[in-house]
Design a binder for this molecule. Sequence first.
Ligand SMILES: NC(=O)c1ccc[n+]([C@@H]2O[C@H](COP(=O)([O-])OP(=O)(O)OC[C@H]3O[C@@H](n4cnc5c(N)ncnc54)[C@H](OP(=O)(O)O)[C@@H]3O)[C@@H](O)[C@H]2O)c1
Length: 193
Amino acid sequence: VATTVYYAAASLDGYIATSDDNLDWLTKYQGSYEGNGAKPVEGGYDEFYEEVGALVSGSVTYEWVLEHIDIPQLGGKWPYSGKPYWVLSSRQPRVLEGEDIRVVNGSVRDLYEEMSSSAGDRKLWIVGGGPIASQFAAEGLLDELWVTVVPVVLGDGKALFDRPLPGPPMQLTDVLPRPSGMIELRYEVRRDA
Ligand SMILES: NC(=O)c1ccc[n+]([C@@H]2O[C@H](COP(=O)([O-])OP(=O)(O)OC[C@H]3O[C@@H](n4cnc5c(N)ncnc54)[C@H](OP(=O)(O)O)[C@@H]3O)[C@@H](O)[C@H]2O)c1
């Protein structure tokens, strides 16, 4: 069974985008870790991505990727080739020919089995946004939260989650300071009362 992981970068005040879907604060962020406490840990995205079997996002996130495909981080082409990418939408967003992009409309509870089995025994990456992650969490289908905190304060924007998370507090499982000055926090989402 696939593990569902919501892996996203958030501002220090908990937003994953500005309210008009700008991510410059993340894509253009340049910082460094100058502390003398915990050692910085290299790696991050590439190692995570290797463990991913399938991806799921809302339509706004999907269309953001399509519109920004030329930024250096995305490299001018669909960055998720070879892995199923599920887009939740009530519309018919443009789909790139030749890529495994599956547009679906419905409750994540009903779609979960299909999405999860497409990931095999690897991770189902919940790319975002907050509404999607919150739907998984509300159904008890979110296993882990990996959040990379970027030391930028936006003041307003689209939140990491769009509603309170049910259940007991999450369990911290890892803390990884990155050389960039970002810090990755990993939590296991617990459902037992
Ligand atoms: N910092 C990061 O790491 C990070 C990560 C991910 C995303 N982001 C950014 O964060 C922002 C997220 O935007 P967002 O929260 O507005 O959007 P989103 O979650 O990407 O998309 C929301 C939309 O998806 C559709 N949808 C949601 N649930 C559905 C369901 N169960 N069935 C069918 N359709 C469903 C609806 O649109 P329609 O029905 O109209 O299609 C809804 O308006 C974007 O700017 C994105 O680029 C940042």
